[in-house]
Design a protein around this ligand. Sequence first.
Ligand SMILES: *Cc1c(COP(=O)(O)O)cnc(C)c1O
Length: 358
Amino acid sequence: MRCPKCNSALDAEYDYKSIQRTIRKDEFMRECPGHWKYWPFMPVGDLSRIVSMGEGGTPLVDLTRLMPRAKKFLVKYEAANPTGSFKDRGSSLEITKAVIGGRTRAVIATTGNMGSSVAAFAAFAGLRCKIIIPEIVAPAKIAQMKAYGAEIEITSGDYADAMNIAENQVRGDPESFLAGDYPWRCEGTKTVGFEIADQMYWRVPDAVIAPIGNGTLIWSVWKAFKELMITGITDALPLIIGVQAERCDPVVRAWEERTDTIVPIENPITVASAIACGTPIDGLLALKAIRESGGICIRVTDEEILRARDELGSNGVFVEPSGAVSFSGARKTGDLLDRKTVVCIATGHGLKDMYGIE
Ligand SMILES: *Cc1c(COP(=O)(O)O)cnc(C)c1O
């Protein structure tokens, strides 16, 4: 699942000419937005075998009143997915791949949401599921994984240790499927980007703001916008703005220092536990997305994250702390968003981690 030479993530490539032929444009343009609508951009041939629970098709909510300096400020509310986070998009594709490959067990290391998501899709598809978690995972998320019948192993190490354990447990076991931030997950996660453009009648926003944990989400969104342009569906690309928590900011540091070396942060602890990835597997791809798009990468403090969470909540959009990181970042972009159309990705549901709410 990794490059044997440099140990970083692999990437999937497509024959875009053939995708263009597959999408009969009129129909594609008119059909309702939703995850599997974009199947030609995903590595599946047999649609009769997809594992789907209605993921995607999430609301794009207009909250321009919170950011009046922008021309339009839209929030992509990913909490509306079946297990409460955007992870369901990647899980739907991963478990589809596991089923088609004849696997009977999914194994995954997680900071929380990916575990509950994979557990749900595995259970739905009749697969067993083993989850390895670091100690910082929020209690409600562990309860959610248990509700889906997953077997849980807690490690005293951090997320990077959990990943090593997971990778070791599938090695040499043909029954097991390693889920996580590997190529298929990115391919499934791209549908956030497709959907944003689709919901804006195939116009591309000026900027998209996303949190960075492992970096998979932000890279997937960028890849999606590039693919829409390659296939002639859209004619522009957004600025990509990445946001990390100050207590776990390895990608921001690399961006500021203009290097391609991401220095790991050990045992990161932040209220935004879903993005506490000290060794981000797609960190370099996140940097690439930001650089190619001409965007920026910024950090926000735990206090700023919680304030953003409360502000979104009191406007009807309840997210967990990590889900407020992008909005919190939007508040710190200076005049960059002035008169722009901006989409901010609110990644996870508030009920998953109610830190500090009495
Ligand atoms: C996974 C997750 C993120 C970070 O996404 P990456 O793909 O790891 O960068 C952000 N917010 C929430 C709620 C998540 O579950």
